[in-house]
Design a protein around this ligand. Structure first.
Ligand SMILES: [Zn+2]
Length: 468
């Protein structure tokens, strides 16, 4: 597509042309989940929005190399793993599996790289060593801190008056011997932590802080300067501000060219919390009888810079909107009219160009969906008056398929076959059973179950059915 994509860049505070450094490839990083529990609806508001962004870039002719990290070492994980008498891997494995299952249910494209923090301790140690060499750090009680006063540009992303955060003020929940409240930990030593949560480093035993993991893994897979960094709006300060400080402090180069932040999700107008009874995971909603494709549609249908108020009324509207599209898709096969292909052709061409222009306009999803529903309305009218031929209907189907490469919900699920991901899990379980690896077999079964696939082992082999 010749016209440029425009995005709101938090760094400049403006909607501006988005142009990757090495077109057509876009190198993109998304701050992923902390894997100590099941990710909730608010988390998936961000992840579905960034999935729509990556698909919109692909729709507009880019290739995407996306990295999403998994934070598998931090205070809560260490505590929960110790309470469960296991270690980091033992505790986080099921939550990583659950995250993948939820991603599949919400039809998210898989990022090209899914690095775990604990697999990249060496990269983090290297980056901290560079920061030590370049004079950006100090050590207190065995922990290494980044000294913010060495990075005069600190605060450029959040535009906070960080000078107002005085030494001694508390800006995070960790207590350390910091010289300045803004300083943050790169490498933590907590003497009372289990040995499986500590690593040797030239500057002493310990474990990485949260911020350093994103910088180290992003630069490993995407280079010292890359195109696009995304996350929830709550990460702007301090997490992303700290990522910039330590990355640019370590390399001397700009870290990220465009920062995209996704607004919060509310449920029925209120902040989601367990105490209010409005806290939901994706399986919670599916268990209540809601369809994953409708959940995705609702999450994808609000502009990423607007708060998304998730309501059950809204979910019912989303389900009805999808049903209207699915109903047309099912009936397109029956088209047998004798109208000229030109009528359907013109409607498709107009809808597609409106759709592409809307996505290019800072990801205007409402306008893009209006183009989809406009086309569905026109096709319905042609069907109703028997003016659409088989060729015209095929053209409508292809146009919807092209638009669906972004939204991934317009076609009714083929319930007669397993998806490739489901088939892979099914095959993995069969292989594990043959090899008498029942732990692996049970894990594959549990992952299929989370996807709504129920297995039944019979004398004639394993059968599956889709729940609901
Ligand atoms: Zn991050």
């Amino acid at each position: 597509m010749s016209d440029e994509m425009r995005l709101f860049n938090t760094l400049t505070g403006r909607v501006e042309p988005f142009a990757p450094e090495r077109p057509p490839e876009v190198r993109m990083y998304v701050c992923g989940p902390t894997v100590y529990n099941r990710a909730h609806l608010g988390n998936f508001r961000t992840f579905v929005a960034t999935d729509v962004l990556r698909r919109a870039l692909e729709f507009r002719g880019h290739s995407v190399c996306e990295v999403m990290n998994l934070t598998d070492v931090e205070d809560r994980i260490i505590r929960f793993a110790a309470d469960a008498s296991t270690d980091l891997e033992g505790y986080t494995r099921k939550w990583i599996d659950a995250f993948h299952a939820d991603m599949a249910m919400l039809r998210m494209e898989r990022p090209e790289h899914f690095p775990k923090a604990t697999d990249h301790i060496g990269e983090m140690i290297d980056l901290i060593s560079r920061l030590i060499e370049r004079g950006h750090t100090y050590t207190a009680d065995g922990s290494v801190y980044f000294r913010i006063s060495t990075q005069p540009s600190y605060g450029q992303l959040s535009r906070l008056d960080v000078s107002g955060i005085r030494a001694g003020a508390r800006v995070d929940t960790d207590r350390y011997d910091k010289e300045d409240a803004r300083d943050f930990v790169l490498w933590k030593l907590k003497a009372d932590e289990p040995s499986w949560a500590q690593w040797d480093a030239p500057f002493g035993k310990g474990r990485p802080g949260w911020h350093i993991e994103c910088s180290a893994m992003a630069m490993k897979y995407l280079g010292e300067t890359f195109d696009l960094h995304c996350g929830g709006v709550d990460l702007v300060f301090p997490h992303h501000e700290n990522e910039i400080a330590q990355s640019e402090g370590g390399t001397g180069h700009p870290f990220v060219r465009t920062w995209v932040h996704v607004e919060h999700l509310l449920v029925e107008g209120e902040t989601m919390s367990k105490s209010k009874g409005n806290f939901f995971t994706i399986p919670d909603l599916v268990d209540k009888g809601h369809r994953p494709d409708a959940i995705r549609y609702l999450l994808a249908s609000v502009h990423y810079r607007k708060q998304l108020n998730f309501t059950f009324e809204g979910l019912a509207h989303a389900t009805a909107a999808l049903e209207r599209i699915h109903s047309l898709v099912r009936r397109l096969d029956e088209a047998s009219g004798d109208g000229p292909v030109g009528e359907a052709d013109a409607a498709c061409g107009q809808a597609l160009s409106r759709f592409g222009a809307a996505l290019g306009d800072d990801l205007n999803v409402s306008e893009a969906l209006a183009a989809v529903h406009g086309l569905v309305g026109e096709a319905n009218a042609l069907m109703a008056t028997n003016r659409i031929s088989r060729a015209g209907a095929e053209r409508v189907r292809q146009t919807l398929a092209s638009m669906d490469s972004v939204f991934a919900v317009f076609f009714p699920e083929d319930r007669s076959a397993l998806t490739p991901d489901e088939q892979a899990l099914f095959d993995e379980r069969q292989a594990a059973r043959v090899g008498r690896d029942f732990v692996r077999a049970d894990s594959a079964r549990a992952r299929l179950d989370a996807l709504g696939i129920v297995l039944e082992d019979t004398p004639k082999g394993t059968r599956w059915r889709r729940r609901g």
